[in-house]
Design a protein around this ligand. Sequence first.
Ligand code: NAI
Ligand code: MG
Length: 355
Amino acid sequence: PTHNIASIPGDGIGPEVMKEAIKVLRAVEAIHGDLHFTIDSYDWNCKRYLETGRMMPEDGIQTLAPYDAILFGAVGSPEVPDHISVWELILPIRREFQQYINLRPIKLLKGIESPLTNKGVDDIDFVVVRENTEGEYSNSGGRLHIGTPYEVVVQNSVFTRMGSERVIKYAYELARKRGSKELSVATKSNAINFSMPFWDEVVKEIGADYNEIDAGFYHIDALVAFFVSKPEIFNVVVGSNLFGDILTDLGAAISGGLGITPSGNINPEKNYPSMFEAIHGSAPDIANQGIANPIAQIWSASLMLEHLGYPELAKKVVNGIEAALVEGEVRTPDLGGTASTAEFADKIIEEIQKE
Ligand code: NAI
Ligand code: MG
């Protein structure tokens, strides 16, 4: 089979790590034998913005729509305000392609130190499912009497039945696929008295179709504490847009940090392409030195393989990353080594080929 992939390397270390992720995909093609990726690269980045006034061409979304998936690097440059680089490229893609799931594996790979390692924690392996389109980030509200002592500010959260049901259903399906007995649910229904009780209700309604899985409700304040004190109890965690945002960044912090953590922006119906990206930015401080850690981007490519229907190949890639880490000699400076981005990626590829 052939899959058409759009690659958007972006700025800074984006292109450096993208190059290595594509090398890994080529290695995966060879392992499979009958798999082919057509990879078209689009230079939609801050340099282009400075030259043309646009991050992507006017018909950018139409250009991407026919692809099977999008592999995204990172954008951002000191000369371009962040709200432009993010709002004019990443957010339109997420929105137009109805990528309503933000998927973040939180897995502490062997050979990686977590800030919790010296607390005796070594078993972190769960997935956070974040609602990616509505909730607290809904652009609804306003300000009255601005600047006066009577100023009033309202920021609304918007929870729709469809929007809540689809993300919770996705989370239950994932819990079933992972053989989990519990779906852990971020809530705050003791204090947020409309949206969160509704969210909990939808969890119970959808849960009726998943008898073997219990819903575990955790108030967000307690949940963040458990992420740190006993992360081993989690398997699949689902949260609204804001709660999911907080949980995913905390999850990255306890499982090895920015150079490691991948993400997927998923359209589960597959009527539009999904997008896979490292969660780190363009890292201008280390760009052009060839020392960026390629793991987050390679792992993102692995999530893409899984989405395209190759879970075994996806697993080989993660196992290869882990094997390279365990061996430990070749690693980039952020992990205490001296290897270049390319040397580290080549080591990972060597291990993938042994898997
Ligand atoms: P950043 O993630 O680019 O960098 C934060 C720190 O982590 C830096 O010290 C950097 O060197 C390090 N780091 C990040 N990725 C690394 C890797 N793969 N290997 C080794 N070290 C790594 O975040 P920062 O500095 O806040 O933002 C820089 C630019 O990136 C900004 O313009 C920002 O808007 C943009 N950005 C873009 C994102 C995206 O494209 N999705 C996400 C986050 C930030
Ligand atoms: Mg965040």
